[in-house]
Design a protein around this ligand. Structure first.
Ligand SMILES: [Zn+2]
Length: 281
């Protein structure tokens, strides 16, 4: 798109309809500025001698869209719901679980990913350069958009949906946690399947780790706009959701049986294959 005032003057002298006029543009090469980004990781070591060598990931992405290059008024993409809500939930859940005595049996890894909005870059990097062995990583619980209850398709108070709900038995553990904390955990068909592949959980799933995204609202009025602002977060509901998630994570961390892919669902085939690759012999 050509926006300069000189170019506009040029268009204005042209008559409407086809023209034989030729336009020559001299544009500089696109500039690349390398930046160093990091996934941020916290570890709560498990209390069980054996299970502490296995890991449950709790993740969310800390990037958003940066700044609008031009225009008046607010130009900052705050990303309060997407995904400030997920990131602060990871921190709050970490704080709560770290205070437990005894600690959960498996180790729990709390991680904030970079670059989700640029194509899940941070989680893809982690999946290829894991800090904790992939074959010892039993689950990834990824949090996205857990702050807003005013979804485009109605109120989502006390509701959480899990993407790829039937792909593994992990979502059902969260449904049990929801039953004891007053949160309805359910499968949002038909979106749940398409959103499964659209967030950071997919990077871990591609390595065979049962990995899902938990969200309150997939679509909300300020999605990817500068108006995705902290004032619009439903904090009471987010606290209730975080209690449910924390309980679900404790259940996964204390259960000697790790979550399993549902092999009866054909859509899990690539994930099951990857899981088997990592668990040979
Ligand atoms: Zn997001």
């Amino acid at each position: 798109m050509v926006r300069s005032p000189e170019a506009f003057k040029w268009y204005e002298v042209l008559r409407s309809g086809p023209t034989g006029a030729a336009l020559t543009l001299h544009l500089p090469e696109p500039a690349k500025t390398p930046v160093k980004l990091r996934n941020v990781i916290g570890l709560l070591r498990g209390s069980d001698r054996v299970l502490s060598h296995t890991y449950v990931l709790v993740t969310a992405h800390y990037d958003h869209l940066g700044m609008r290059p031009e225009g008046s008024g607010d130009r900052i993409y705050n990303g309060a719901n997407d995904d400030g809500s997920g990131t602060v939930s990871v921190i709050e859940i970490a704080k709560a679980l770290a205070s437990l005595q005894p600690r959960p049996r498996r180790s729990i890894v709390f991680m904030a990913f970079f670059g989700e909005e640029e194509g899940t870059l941070g989680s893809l990097y982690y999946a290829r350069h894991p800090v904790f062995p992939i074959e010892k990583t039993v689950a990834d619980v990824n949090l996205e958009q857990v702050g807003r209850t005013d979804a485009t398709d109605g109120s989502k108070v006390s509701q959480v949906t899990v993407t790829g709900y039937d792909y593994s038995d992990l979502p059902r553990m969260f449904r049990l946690a929801g039953a004891s904390t007053g949160v309805r955990v359910f499968s949002d068909r038909p979106y749940g399947a398409s959103f499964f592949a659209r967030s950071d959980n997919a990077s871990l799933a591609s390595q065979g780790v049962p990995a899902h995204t938990l969200a309150v609202a997939f679509d909300f009025p300020d999605y990817h706009k500068v108006s995705d602002d902290w004032r619009k977060i439903d904090y009471d509901n987010m606290a209730r959701v975080d209690r449910m998630v924390a309980l679900g994570i404790m259940m996964v961390a204390d259960n000697p049986q790790p979550p399993k892919w549902n092999e009866a669902d054909a859509k899990t085939e690539p994930y099951v294959k990857a899981w088997k690759e990592h668990h040979k012999q």
